[in-house]
Design a protein around this ligand. Sequence first.
Ligand SMILES: CC(=O)SCCNC(=O)CCNC(=O)[C@H](O)C(C)(C)COP(=O)(O)OP(=O)(O)OC[C@H]1O[C@@H](n2cnc3c(N)ncnc32)[C@H](O)[C@@H]1OP(=O)(O)O
Ligand SMILES: N[C@@H](CCO)C(=O)O
Length: 395
Amino acid sequence: MTGITTAVPQPEAGLVDGVVVQRFRIGPLALETGGHLPDVVLAYETWGTLNADASNAVLIEHALTGSSHVARGESSEDGWWDGLVGPGRTIDTNRYFVVSINMLGGCYGSTGPASLDPEGKPWGSRFPFVTIRDSVRAEALLADLLGISSWHSVLGGSMGGARALEWAVTYPGRVQRCAVIACGAASTAEQIAFAQAQVQAIRLDPRFTGGDYYGSAGPEDGLGLARRIAHITYRSEAELVHRFGRAAQGMEEPFGSSVPGGRGRYQVESYLDHQAEKLVRRFDANSYVILTEALMSHDVARDRGSLSTALAAASAEFFVAAVDSDRLYWPRQSVELASALPGNVAVHTIESPIGHDAFLTEIAQLEPALAAAFYSNTDDGDVKESASALRLRAG
Ligand SMILES: CC(=O)SCCNC(=O)CCNC(=O)[C@H](O)C(C)(C)COP(=O)(O)OP(=O)(O)OC[C@H]1O[C@@H](n2cnc3c(N)ncnc32)[C@H](O)[C@@H]1OP(=O)(O)O
Ligand SMILES: N[C@@H](CCO)C(=O)O
């Protein structure tokens, strides 16, 4: 006996926006494009209990401005997929151990531009470019620390779908099932174009000061403008016409006009102003830039040959779904992805008039098909039969 003990790394609990997260130090991370982060911490939430053989672990990946707060759990804050995840739900937390990780570069507790560098200064403008692939590699290090060598399933929508897909291809042996919802195999020229306009709106705000604005007023106008541009793409033209038309917004509080010249506002302007104000209250502009540029980088086939060659590396069973009215992540991109995947992968459809955001608001539509494909008891012959029936109908 030497009396020397090796400390086993442990996560620490922290509070982010009223939600308790676990924060685990995963250490240094070399980045795909040559950069380096010396000391990465990932913040995450879990629901349920990990089996002794760690066979029931499910990873749920959040979208651009989402967070790890997938489900309410024991907190008082609603989760963004509350209907899908919880005791007795499709992803039943009495059976599965659900993990959701705040993305590297974000502002919900994982290392990001507002975090302190080794000298104790916020990274700000010096925070490096990170790709979707970098974030997934960081998450794999966290999975190692959690004792999860293979996920029962990895799923996500939008940027969460990009991360799920990248997981399945980067770590084929570690993902048994993968659901990619409202996201294609790569960010298209148009998605990059919308994203670039948002990033420029932030960078051109005089208060951005290159990204080193911590301690003073930040680029709230730029961030708000970025959200307005983004939000238009998250909703359909038909919804905006139906919901707001050309109607004027009343001048009563809290919607009083802020338009110079006092012409008042159209309702749709007031709606966008509100979406912008809400995001500015909860999100860091540098993180918005870092995550948006990460999403621009999304291309699961990068440096892996053709798309079908890249996808052939994955050994997961896939579930692909699109929103029929999505004008940002067009359904045809999901069809292209499904067609390039090995096997006969159907594209499931969320039918909604609202556009892209329906992957959040209408996820319940996918529950029967998801349950049948991934979360039923596979020893049950009746359940197997209904799974294939659902796939046929969805296809
Ligand atoms: C810690 C965290 O908060 S993490 C964030 C969790 N969220 C996510 O992960 C995803 C990000 N969230 C979102 O993208 C959105 O909130 C969504 C997609 C979930 C919301 O979609 P919907 O429920 O369809 O909301 P919708 O677009 O109708 O907007 C409703 C809001 O617009 C407001 N609104 C409606 N009409 C008007 C108008 N004419 N003028 C001003 N505001 C208006 C409503 O009052 C409501 O405000 P509230 O959200 O403050 O209650
Ligand atoms: N409303 C979603 C859309 C991006 O997928 C978000 O803000 O994350």
